[in-house]
Design a protein around this ligand. Structure first.
Ligand code: NAP
Length: 490
């Protein structure tokens, strides 16, 4: 179930939001401690169209009510008399609730600083208080703590709500139903959240397909840092939904890849997209990789099968796909002179892709030693960064970060050097039309966008994980829609 927390400051506003919550979700939580006037419970509860949890959270447990416990819980007692379906009482003040009548009592523990090691002991202590439903909400400082939260939820044999708070707790909120949590909290709007890391109802429903998740839902995700604006959950969840697959794709904000990979296997994920800064570490930790991936030395896709980590690079094929969108029909890359700007992870993938197609590659990079090393390793030429505009090229590829949001005025290539007909590909996809591409198009070049590469690498990942043909148009549409929404919010 999705529960909308209501943190209004007046009874009138709370009543209005309660009506909206009933339209959008399964139940609502009335946070009386947010009210800046005495709670009018008769008014609030009368004629409600969804079940409610009534909560009057004390300051010690992250709420705003400074009332003595006996008075604070007394308000909840009144809610019970008025027929509230649920009341949420902190574990250390449950003794003040004298009668339950038909209400279910959620006995809760909050920790806004950490996810303690002794979660199981805390859970047992809560069970011992005699509440009907046990609630544990703890702050997630490290992504691996989600695993402990999900394991606790799966283990606890009583009705429970177990959630991780904070941006890194998102995983436990999205997977709440899979691990047996009775509900997840999701506000109607972002600025109405009552705990850090809550996703909105719309995000839970439309992006993560929360209502369809269940114990058997397969788990995939993206591993990287930062991930706040990642398009990947939009693309992959749209693909799963369209293909009728019982699967969900979540962002894992990971600081250290190795401990993450070791602990996450406990919740049986099937695959990950891997992004900055973990692609090389993912390569190192893979038990198996194919030949091209071995040459590239970076893994952007992981499948977990039978306890083995299978690493793959889909960036190179995706870059080739994007470059080819700008070629004429029947035109091949074989023998083409390609200038690759950059010598980082994206450049490595592009260089190996171009070489696979028989292109002649020259690498240039701000740090010459990196260009020289990649050139030597891959058997290409290298050129000084200052000379990049003088290298004869049929194809120019930007795989540096120059021109990426927010530095959209930067460009890695002098516009005077463009020749009409040259193919120019920019791996950057934020913004979609970089200054490089705009200047190239003005000079009569053929251009290809990084977003095509991004979509393609996701398409190849989907097919690698599922063995099912990816719904490419759906994935492209989801990427563009998410991208446009992101651009609007800036
Ligand atoms: P990376 O490994 O960190 O490499 C960054 C590259 O950019 C290096 O060659 C670096 O040169 C160069 N660079 C950074 N700042 C520069 C500056 N001010 N002047 C000149 N060169 C500069 O990153 P990456 O993974 O290769 O990613 C590079 C770009 O490709 C990013 O914009 C990323 O978003 C994009 N990308 C796109 C896709 C896609 O699917 N479309 C996939 C992967 C990456 P030095 O060696 O001198 O530092």
């Amino acid at each position: 179930m999705i529960c909308v927390p209501i943190a209004a400051t007046t009874n009138a506003r709370a009543k209005e939001e309660l009506a909206r919550a009933a339209e959008a979700a399964d139940l609502a939580e009335l946070r009386l401690d947010y009210l800046q006037e005495p709670a009018d419970l008769g008014f609030l509860l009368e004629g409600r169209r969804c079940p409610v949890i009534v909560t009057n959270r004390c300051v010690r447990q992250g709420g705003l009510s400074a009332l003595p416990d006996v008075l604070r819980v007394g308000v909840l007692q009144e809610a019970v008399y008025l027929g509230a379906e649920y009341v949420d009482v902190e574990y250390n003040s449950i003794g003040h609730l004298r009668e339950r009548l038909g209400a279910k009592v959620i006995v809760s523990y909050h920790n806004f600083e950490e996810t303690p090691q002794d979660l199981y002991a805390i859970a047992q202590m809560l069970v011992g208080t005699g509440g009907d439903i046990v609630k544990i909400a703890t702050y997630v400082n490290d992504i691996t703590e989600n695993v402990r939260i999900c394991q606790l939820a799966a283990w606890l044999g009583v009705p429970k709500i177990v959630l991780g708070m904070g941006p890194k707790g998102l995983v436990s909120r999205v997977l709440a139903k899979k691990y047996g949590s009775l509900l997840t909290y999701a506000p109607l709007e972002k600025d109405c959240a009552t705990a850090p890391g809550q996703l909105t109802v719309a995000e839970m429903k439309n992006l993560y397909n929360f209502e369809a998740t269940n114990a058997k839902t397969r788990v995939f995700g993206v591993v990287g840092k930062p991930l706040a604006h990642s398009l990947s959950p939009h693309i992959h969840n749209a693909a799963f939904r369209h293909s009728g697959m019982d699967a969900v794709y979540v962002p894992f904000v990971v600081d250290e890849f190795e401990p993450f990979l070791k602990s996450v296997t406990c919740i049986d994920p099937e695959g990950f997209s891997v992004t900055i800064p973990h692609k090389e570490e993912a390569f190192r930790l893979s038990d198996e990789v194919d030949e091209v991936t071995r040459k590239i030395g970076a893994v952007n896709t992981i499948a977990l099968r039978g306890g083995r980590v299978i690493g793959k690079n889909t960036d190179w094929e995706a870059a080739l796909f994007a470059i080819k969108t700008a070629l004429a029909e029947g035109e091949s890359l074989s023998g083409k002179r390609c200038l690759v700007l950059g010598a980082g992870g994206a450049a490595r993938a592009v260089v190996y892709g171009l070489l696979e197609e028989g292109a002649k590659v020259t690498i240039t990079n701000r740090t010459a030693s990196r260009a020289n090393a990649l050139a030597k390793e891959s058997g290409c030429a290298a050129a000084p960064w200052e000379d990049r505009g003088r290298v004869a090229a049929d194809i120019v590829v930007n795989s540096t970060a120059l021109g990426m949001y927010p530095a959209v005025e930067s460009t890695p290539y002098p516009k005077e050097a463009f020749r009409p007909g040259t193919v120019v590909f920019d791996a950057i996809y934020n913004p979609r039309r970089t200054r490089l591409l705009e200047e190239a198009a003005e000079a009569g070049c053929r251009t290809a966008e990084g977003l095509e590469m991004f979509i393609r690498q996701a398409v190849l990942q989907f097919e690698f994980w599922t063995g099912v043909r990816a719904p490419i148009d759906v994935m492209r549409e989801a990427a563009i829609m998410a991208f446009d929404t992101l651009a609007e919010t800036r």
